[in-house]
Write a protein that binds this ligand. Structure first.
Ligand code: ADP
Length: 265
């Protein structure tokens, strides 16, 4: 419900009354509004790198190309911005396929301990560069789960890559799995990073929502990682949640139901 109050002014008497307008904002209007916001966000996210590319190309054109070192730096910027745009468009296409259910799940029996070790291995180089130590901890008895390996890998990649991006050098990351009472498993990615202020937690899974836009951009982020993760987990019938303490660290937990045939053995 939206309430708008308009004071009625009379020249001689000052305020003489108030008009109250009560508007019911329907679900449809809310959807329409979030669609408009999304389009505005996409346009903005694409225009920013395009503007940078344009101005660096102009600078090259106007003489920077003659100075070898400067020229190389500018070309580097153009390449980085282009790569970020490609990532953004790839993420957007992925989201749109998830939105329209065009990404059917290809579930397979997946060995969970192996899957978690492999995600840690994929990021071992990046972690070593920041002297971040990682460990994988899997509760006894967890073996296989029936899930779409490619899609859950993408979820885990997004979470681990965030954990690295938002953790200072020398930090720690723990990737763990444990059984839930309700025939489900919980996979967590926990870091000792910068954390997220309480006031941002409610919107953290929204598309393009970032605590610090400049920081996320400089790390190559698109602001879509967590929203993609949430869609994929939802498609699996699971849920995702995030817990964080500013300057202490963040834990993201994915709960996946054990499908028939997906018993932990
Ligand atoms: P981005 O591409 O910006 O990382 P995400 O959707 O993956 O986009 O995350 C949204 C925002 O949530 C990030 O910009 C960052 O502010 C915050 N965030 C996500 N993961 C973490 C984390 N592990 N620690 C601190 N902040 C995080």
């Amino acid at each position: 419900l939206r309430v708008t109050l308009t004071p009625i002014h009379r020249r001689e008497h000052g305020i003489s009354g108030t008009i109250a307008v009560l508007q019911d904002i329907t679900e449809q209007e809310r959807l329409e509004q979030s669609r408009r916001e999304f389009v505005a966000n996409v346009s903005h996210e694409l225009r920013t790198p395009l503007t940078t590319i344009k101005s660096y190309a102009e600078a090259l054109d106007e003489g920077a190309m003659e100075e070898r070192e400067l020229g190389q730096r500018f070309v580097g910027v153009i390449r980085n911005e282009t790569e970020r745009m490609i990532r953004l468009v790839t993420d957007l296409l992925h989201l749109s396929r998830l939105d329209s259910n065009q990404a059917p799940l290809r579930r397979q029996q997946t060995n969970v301990p192996e899957m978690l070790e492999e995600v840690a291995d994929r990021f071992s180089f990046q972690m070593r560069k920041k002297a971040i130590r990682a460990n994988v901890r899997v509760e006894d008895g967890i073996k296989t789960v029936w899930l779409d390996r490619d899609q859950i890998d993408q979820v885990l990649d997004n979470l681990v890559s965030n954990a690295i991006k938002y953790t200072l050098d020398g930090g720690r990351i723990e990737i763990s799995a444990r059984k839930q009472e309700t025939s489900a498993i919980a996979i967590s990615v926990k870091d000792t990073g910068i954390g997220i202020p309480k006031r941002d937690l409610g919107r953290i899974f929204d598309r393009f929502y970032r605590v610090d836009k400049a920081r996320s951009r400089s790390m190559g982020g698109t602001g879509l990682g967590l929203s993609i993760a949430r869609e994929i987990v939802k498609a699996h019938g699971g849920s995702i949640s995030l817990d964080s303490e500013l300057n202490e660290g963040t834990t993201v937990t994915v709960v996946l139901p054990l499908m028939s045939g997906g018993e932990t053995a």
